[in-house]
Design a protein around this ligand. Structure first.
Ligand code: COI
Length: 353
């Protein structure tokens, strides 16, 4: 049975809005005036409140800092020309968030807290949603174990928090990516599908080594043989191979909302789509024979970022000029039109606030 939670609101007396330059936004540097905080203790969600953005006070023994019960989501909201604000498919992030929670032995967050809280928070901070095309409000819901205890066990208490902030592009140029053949992001049976903090922490060292070689990001491969392509860590991967749009289907990859939307759009336009294992060999041969006409990273933060070069075993494989890519440009343009309310929303993806 649905439980109703009262969301208490305390508004800021010190808005930061006037300091925001909406024409010069980077990713994740500016935070909106308010945040939602919900506390879980003794087996139930207690207080839910929207309060001025501020530091949290935590015990140094906070369990998440030691044993990593920490999960998050990434969602975006867009401003329509008529001033309405639309959140893109937050129901999918809500479902994925609770799948991550179950895998990390954390409590699920009720819909009334996640979705109603999200709507109320975005409504309060709607002036932080950029009026500029190409920019959006990034929404970061997260939850972590707060029990001050050093034994290894599921935390007895948790904080669920939502913060938001206006953002520009995460990547502002096509990516040079390297196929990783030694380090592993995720193995079958592990936590690769969940959006937990550890998946990002483990990527930093191998990614930095690749960046030292001049790459922007890694293409992770399977843990067992490093033969099959998985994802880029900051985004999913999608390829146009011949006339088919393909994305890796391993259980270890994050089930991206942007990727899913792009695959659904392609299907609705009559393009063949496949979610299946893609070997590095197949990709490299496809590039060499000209069968791979497009490759891109797809994610909430990354949106759709073209891949221009792939490094594998010391060689560089160049892809087509991103400006000439028919599908990528068409789908990105359509997604933008849909998200900024410039075309009808036949799929019901816009959640209007
Ligand atoms: C997102 O796309 O929202 C993510 O969480 C990925 C992260 C690299 C920002």
């Amino acid at each position: 049975m649905a439980h109703s939670y009262e969301i208490k609101v305390e508004l800021t007396k010190d808005s930061q809005l006037a300091k925001v330059d909406f024409n010069n936004l980077k990713f994740g540097q500016i935070l909106s005036d308010h945040m939602l905080v919900a506390d879980y203790d003794d087996g139930e969600w207690k207080e839910v409140k929207i309060v001025p953005y501020a530091n949290l006070s935590l015990s140094p023994a906070t369990s998440a800092l030691h044993y990593g019960q920490a999960i998050f989501e990434g969602i975006k909201a867009y401003k329509f020309e008529d001033g309405r604000v639309s959140i893109f498919r937050p129901d999918r992030n809500f479902d994925r968030f609770n799948k991550s929670a179950v895998r990390l032995e954390m409590p699920e967050v009720p819909r009334e807290i996640f979705m109603d809280g999200l709507k109320k928070l975005i409504d309060i901070d709607r002036s932080f949603v950029p009026p500029t095309t190409g920019a959006s409000l990034y929404i970061r819901p997260f939850m972590f174990g707060t029990e001050p205890a050093l034994g290894v066990h599921p935390s007895k208490s948790y904080k669920f928090v939502i913060i938001t902030g206006p953002v520009g592009a995460y990547y502002n140029k096509p990516l040079r990516v390297k196929v990783e053949t030694y380090f592993t992001r995720a193995a079958a049976g592990g936590v690769g599908f969940s959006k937990n903090a550890g998946n990002y922490a483990l990527s930093l060292y191998p990614t930095r080594l690749a960046q030292d070689e001049g790459f922007d990001q890694l293409i992770w491969t399977d843990a067992k043989e490093h033969k099959y392509i998985e994802e880029a860590g900051t985004a999913n991967l999608v390829f146009m191979l011949g006339d088919t749009l393909i994305t890796p289907g391993s259980e270890t990859v994050l089930q991206g909302v942007t990727r899913h939307s792009i695959m659904d759009l392609a299907k609705s336009w009559g393009i063949k789509t496949e979610t299946r294992d893609v070997s590095v060999q197949e990709l490299i041969e496809g590039i060499e024979t000209g069968k791979v006409s497009e490759a891109f990273a797809a994610g909430t933060a990354a949106t759709l970022t073209p891949i221009s070069e792939i490094g594998y075993e010391g060689k560089i494989y160049k892809l087509s000029d991103p400006a000439t890519r028919e599908f990528s440009n068409k789908v990105l343009d359509y997604l933008n039109q849909l998200r900024y309310g410039k075309v009808e929303d036949p799929f019901g993806w816009n959640f209007i606030v």
